[in-house]
Ligand binder design. Structure first.
Ligand code: AP5
Ligand code: MG
Ligand code: ZN
Length: 224
């Protein structure tokens, strides 16, 4: 595992918090590609299920489209099962979970995160980021038409796959997702702060800067 040599640590169990569009997926992918830490995105799991029209997909399709949260019980069961796989025994990044206090309390019963990283971004920047987001249909790479455009419009630089717009990235739905974030997920910042494992990061600079801040803070934090 690459990250062990890079960071000189044995275990790195991380939660990524932050509003929609904060860059959780972007930074988690960078960490996963560069350090080999498995990324678990509940949003990606749900979107794959919708695309493949599985039983789960049929259950969550309308919830995702409306920008609401999937019920805790269902989400917790999925993460619990995924965290039982051998690849995440020592390290993982949970991207988009937990998103409610109930989910955080459930997580504590089956896994103990080392740190909760909160990416701070203002609501006005979020709207700009999400309405310009494009995602590769084949490999899931994340682009932005202004801040990270692909070399060839509409096509993924990495695999040539077609880029698409998430159907919850329309302005009206983004506003509903933001409301859900402030009401249901923001209390997690205090929850993890009280546990002494919160790490706040300014998510507004460019991705490379955010990533470097993340790495240096994690290094310092895990050395403590
Ligand atoms: P999910 O897929 O997790 O969506 P989200 O939390 O709304 O977050 P996003 O994926 O929209 O944002 P992100 O922070 O990953 O930003 P990204 O890196 O892509 O969840 C989707 C849905 O699933 C939910 O609405 C809910 O229904 C359900 N769900 C998921 N988890 C759940 C749970 N635990 N409980 C219940 N329901 C759940 O970046 C965004 C854009 O900005 C991109 O275009 C990117 O290129 C650009 N960008 C990113 N960083 C930067 C930067 N530093 N500078 C410039 N541009 C940047
Ligand atoms: Mg994401
Ligand atoms: Zn691709």
């Amino acid at each position: 595992m690459v990250y062990k040599y890079f960071m000189n640590i044995q275990s790195m169990k991380l939660i990524f918090l932050g509003p929609p569009g904060a860059g959780k997926g972007t930074i988690a992918r960078m960490a996963s590609e560069r350090l080999g830490i498995p990324q678990i995105s509940t949003g990606d799991i749900f979107r794959t299920a919708v695309k493949e029209k599985t039983e789960l997909g049929l259950k969550v399709q309308s919830i995702l489209a409306a920008g609401a949260l999937v019920p805790d019980e269902l989400t917790i069961a999925i993460v619990k099962e995924r965290l039982s796989w051998p690849d995440v025994r020592q390290s993982y990044i949970l991207d988009g979970f937990p998103r409610t206090i109930a989910q955080a309390e459930a997580l504590a019963t089956f896994s103990k995160p080392d740190s909760a990283v909160d990416f701070e971004v203002d609501d006005d920047l979020i709207l700009f980021r999400l309405t310009g987001r494009r995602i590769c249909k084949s490999c899931g790479a994340i682009y932005h038409i202004v801040t990270k455009p692909p070399v060839t419009e509409g096509l993924c630089d990495l695999c040539g796959g077609e880029l698409y717009i998430r159907n919850d990235d329309r302005e009206e739905t983004v506003k509903i997702r933001l409301k859900a974030y402030h009401e249901e997920s923001e209390p997690l910042i205090e929850y993890y702060s009280r546990q002494g494992i919160l790490m706040a990061i300014d998510g507004s600079p460019d991705p490379e800067t955010v990533y470097n801040t993340f790495i240096s803070k994690i290094r310092r934090y895990l050395k403590k």
